[in-house]
Design a protein around this ligand. Structure first.
Ligand SMILES: *Cc1c(COP(=O)(O)O)cnc(C)c1O
Length: 231
């Protein structure tokens, strides 16, 4: 147990150092934020990271995320929903999470807005842009993102904050950068149209260096912090 937790802290500090190095290499002034992706890892690990100052946590399964949030209510954490959104889970997601990264359909936007309570802050929304052409992959096309952004702007329960993407897997830094640049361009257009847009969520354990090179403002890291996810 003790060992596990000290590995966790070690891993976390290594990821923070890697983000710092990539930020310097990219000659960027500000490092991206780190979203710790805690899906399928237990609350004790989240507590250990919260104790050393990590605030943002990402979950992919609605019930699991809500349960953890309830167990950790005394910690001032920010919860991000990053998984595919089934319509029947929106009732659970909309009131309980602070951010949703994976919006790629009009119906989801409308349901999220509907289920966000009036007395809550607007829900922070990222639109998931599809990058590369893999069949059966989630994410909206460029044209759909433009349409979704315009709609999100008009929904009072939501606050449009930017884009998220998951490009096709590759081990090659230049190929990774090529995919991320597509998102960077679309993000630039969104920023000039909508002044409150400030978040480009991209980069995971295997490609965060390339994501930082190409303008990511929020990297989502699971495996390199928590180790392999339990089946
Ligand atoms: C699981 C997940 C991550 C974390 O991936 P790792 O490779 O474990 O760092 C990031 N983003 C999304 C959308 C995920 O589902």
């Amino acid at each position: 147990m003790t060992n596990n937790m000290s590995d966790l802290i070690d891993n976390y500090q290594q990821v923070m150092a890697r983000i710092q190095t990539a930020t310097e290499l990219a000659k960027r002034v500000k490092a991206p934020e780190l979203l710790a992706v805690s899906k399928r890892h237990d609350v004790e690990k989240i507590k250990a990271l919260a104790a050393i100052g990590q605030v943002d946590f990402g979950e992919s399964y609605a019930q699991e995320g809500v349960k953890k949030k309830e167990q950790l209510y005394e910690f001032p954490l920010v919860w991000h929903f990053i998984g595919p959104i089934q319509s029947n889970k929106v009732k659970l997601i909309a009131p309980n999470f602070d951010w949703v990264h994976s919006v790629d359909r009009i119906k989801t936007l409308q349901l999220l807005n509907h289920h966000r309570a009036d007395n809550q802050q607007p829900l922070n929304v990222l639109l998931q842009l599809k990058i590369g052409d893999e069949p059966n992959k989630s994410g909206a096309t460029y044209d759909d993102v433009v349409e979704l952004a315009a709609l999100a702007e008009n929904l009072e329960g939501l606050k449009l904050r930017g884009l998220m993407c998951i490009p096709p897997a590759s081990d090659d830094f230049n190929i990774q950068c090529g995919f991320f640049q597509e998102a960077e361009v679309v993000f630039g257009e969104m920023v000039s149209k909508y002044p409150q847009v400030d978040t480009l969520s991209m980069g995971m354990s295997g490609d965060l260096d390339a994501a930082i090179q190409t303008g990511s403002t929020l990297v989502r890291v699971g495996t390199d912090i928590f180790g392999r996810r339990p089946e």
